[in-house]
Design a binder for this molecule. Structure first.
Ligand SMILES: Cc1cc2nc3c(=O)[nH]c(=O)nc-3n(C[C@H](O)[C@H](O)[C@H](O)COP(=O)(O)OP(=O)(O)OC[C@H]3O[C@@H](n4cnc5c(N)ncnc54)[C@H](O)[C@@H]3O)c2cc1C
Length: 469
C-alpha cells in the first residue's frame, strides 16, 4: 500500500528553500504540493490586478522548480478550507502543513481547517514569530523603535535551509487546474506589458535580485531616498509572495554589507512591525488606528482622485510616481510618501481611496505594509508621521531628484526643462517653456491645487477635528 501523503498548502510562501512547511511535510512522507486560489475569503481585499500578474508567474516558477525535483504544483480554485479538506479525505493524507499568515482571512481559514483535520502551522513569514514580540509588560508594540530594539535581541534568525533535492509526489495526486485557465494576466488591453522587462517573479528571480542588491547594500543608508537611482533592493514583491524568506535576506545582507547593512535590515524590521500591527489590529486596512480620525472631514472628489491615479496632478514628482506605478507595478518609497501625502493632505481625499488604488496597481501590494504606509502618511496610524507634516512636492522633488532624472523618465513631456525648474514648471518663464515644448494646461497640466493654500486648508481641517475629537 502506498504511504499516506502529506499536503503542503502553499500560500504567500511560494518557495522551496527555507520553507518549513515543505520540510516538515517531506519528513512525513510523499508530498502533495497545493495552491488554492480563493477569491471569496479576502472579501474586499481579494488580490488586485498587478498582484495577479505576479502570482501567475510566481506559480509557474514554483511549478517548474517542483518538476525539476520530481513533483508538480496542484492548482485548485474555490473555497480553500473545503478544497484542502476534500483533498485530504480523497488522498487519505495524514497531515497538512502550512506557514502562519497574518491577514485576518488567512487566520480564519487556518482555524477553520484546524477544526477539520491535522493542520500544522510553521513560522517563517517574519524574522521573529509575532507571538514572541511583546513589550516588557506583555503588550503589543505600538512604536517602531522599541520594537526594533526587541527584534534585534532575537537576531540573527536561524540560518536558512536549502531547497530539498528531491520532492517525491504522492500517488493519486489530482491533475488540478491549468494555470493559464485562471486568467490572472491581463489580455486586451495588456496594461502589464511594462512589468516583464522589470521583474522576474519566482524564487530564482528573488535570489538574483538579492545577489544584485548585496553589492549595493552598504550604500543603501545614504542613497535610499534618491528616487532616480536603483539604490533600494526592489525585493518587496518577492518578500510579499514569500519567494525569499526574510531570514535568507537578513543573512545575505548582513554578510555582504556588515555594519553598513544595518539601515537595510532596519527597513526589513518595518515589515515585521507592520505584520505585528495587523495581527493586533486586524481591521488596520479599513479603520483609522487612531479613532479621532473618524471625524476627519474627507473630501469626496472622484475627478480629483482620477487625476491623481493617472499622474495628471500638475506636480511632476507626484505624477512621475503614479506613472511609474502604472507602468511597472512599483513605486519608490520616497515617492510613495510624497504621492500619498498629496492625496491625503493637498486633496484631502480619504487615505483608503489611495490604499485601494495601490492595492490594485502594486505588484508588492501587501495588506499590512500598505495599510501601515497609508496610515503612517495620514497620521492616523500607530507610529505615524503627524498629520501636520505635509510634504511639499516641489522641495521634496528638488531634494530627492535634484537632477530631475526621475521626472524626465516618467514625465517625458517635461524633459526639456532645466533641472531647477523641472519640479515647478509654472515658475519657468514663457520663453523657456516654449523652448522646452511645454504648454501648461495642454502638453502638461497646470497644478490642480495651489500647494500653499491646500496646506492651509488641510491644517485647518485637522485643527477642527482636534477641537471636535
Ligand atoms: C503609502 C505607502 C504604501 C506602501 N505600500 C506597500 C505595500 O503594499 N507593500 C510593501 O511591501 N510595502 C509598501 N510600502 C513600504 C515601502 O514603500 C516598500 O516596501 C518599498 O518601497 C519596497 O521597495 P524595496 O523592496 O526596494 O524596499 P527596500 O528599501 O529595499 O526595503 C527592503 C524591504 O523592507 C520592507 N520595507 C521597506 N520599507 C518598509 C515600510 N515602510 N514598511 C514596511 N516594510 C517596509 C519591504 O519588504 C522591502 O522590500 C508602502 C509605503 C507607503 C508610504
Amino acid at each position: 500500500m502506498a504511504p499516506a501523503p502529506a499536503i503542503v498548502w502553499f500560500r504567500q510562501d511560494l518557495r522551496l528553500a527555507d520553507q518549513p512547511a515543505l520540510a516538515a511535510a517531506l519528513d512525513d512522507g510523499p508530498v502533495l504540493p497545493v495552491f488554492v486560489l480563493d477569491d471569496a475569503a479576502p472579501g474586499r481585499w481579494a488580490m488586485g490586478g498587478a498582484s495577479r500578474w505576479w502570482l501567475h508567474h510566481s506559480l509557474a516558477s514554483l511549478d517548474a522548480d517542483l518538476r525539476a525535483r520530481g513533483s508538480r504544483l496542484i492548482l485548485l480554485r474555490g473555497d480553500a478550507v473545503t478544497l484542502i479538506a476534500d483533498l485530504a479525505a480523497a488522498t487519505s493524507a495524514r497531515s497538512v502543513h502550512a506557514m502562519y499568515h497574518y491577514e485576518p482571512w488567512a487566520r480564519r481559514q487556518e482555524s477553520e481547517l484546524a477544526r477539520r483535520l491535522a493542520l500544522t502551522l510553521h513560522h517563517g513569514l517574519t524574522l521573529a514569530p509575532p507571538a514572541r514580540m511583546t513589550t516588557k509588560t506583555g503588550g503589543a508594540f505600538k512604536v517602531f523603535t522599541p520594537f526594533w530594539q526587541a527584534l534585534q535581541q532575537m537576531m540573527p534568525p536561524l540560518p536558512p535551509r536549502p531547497a530539498p533535492d528531491r520532492i517525491p509526489l504522492a500517488e493519486g495526486a489530482p491533475a488540478g487546474d491549468t494555470l493559464g485557465d485562471w486568467g490572472l494576466c491581463p489580455t486586451a488591453p495588456d496594461w502589464a506589458h511594462g512589468f516583464a522587462p522589470v521583474w522576474q517573479p519566482g524564487e530564482a528571480g528573488a535570489r538574483q535580485r538579492l545577489a544584485d542588491f548585496a553589492d549595493l547594500a552598504a550604500g543603501y543608508g545614504e542613497a535610499r531616498d534618491r528616487c532616480a537611482e536603483e539604490a533600494t533592493s526592489r525585493l518587496s514583491a518577492h518578500l510579499h509572495f514569500g519567494e525569499l524568506s526574510p531570514a535568507t535576506a537578513w543573512h545575505a545582507i548582513a554578510e555582504a554589507a556588515g555594519p553598513a547593512g544595518q539601515a537595510w535590515l532596519r527597513q526589513l524590521g518595518w515589515r515585521d512591525f507592520s505584520l505585528n500591527l495587523l495581527l493586533n489590529a486586524p481591521d488596520l486596512a479599513d479603520v483609522n488606528w487612531r479613532r479621532t480620525f473618524d471625524a476627519f472631514p474627507w473630501v469626496r472628489d472622484d475627478a480629483a482622485l482620477t487625476r491623481w491615479q493617472h499622474g495628471q496632478t500638475g506636480y511632476p514628482i507626484v505624477d512621475a510616481g503614479l506613472r511609474q506605478l502604472w507602468r511597472t507595478g512599483w513605486m519608490h518609497n520616497r515617492v510613495r510618501m510624497i504621492a500619498a501625502s498629496f492625496l491625503i493632505k493637498d486633496l484631502m481625499i480619504d487615505w483608503r481611496a489611495g490604499e485601494t488604488w495601490f492595492w490594485d496597481t502594486l505588484v508588492d501590494a501587501d495588506l499590512a505594509n500598505n495599510a501601515a504606509g497609508w496610515q503612517w502618511t495620514a497620521g492616523s496610524g500607530a507610529d505615524a508621521s503627524p498629520y501636520f507634516r505635509i510634504f511639499n512636492p516641489v522641495s521634496q522633488g528638488r531634494r530627492f531628484d535634484p537632477a530631475g532624472a526621475y521626472v524626465r523618465q516618467w514625465v517625458p513631456e517635461l524633459a526639456g526643462l532645466p533641472d531647477d525648474l523641472i519640479h515647478a514648471p509654472w515658475e519657468a518663464p514663457p520663453a523657456l517653456l516654449a523652448a522646452a515644448g511645454v504648454r501648461l494646461g495642454e502638453t502638461y497640466p497646470a497644478p490642480m491645487v495651489d500647494h500653499a493654500r491646500a496646506r492651509d486648508r488641510a491644517l485647518a481641517a485637522y485643527k477642527a477635528m482636534g477641537e471636535r475629537g
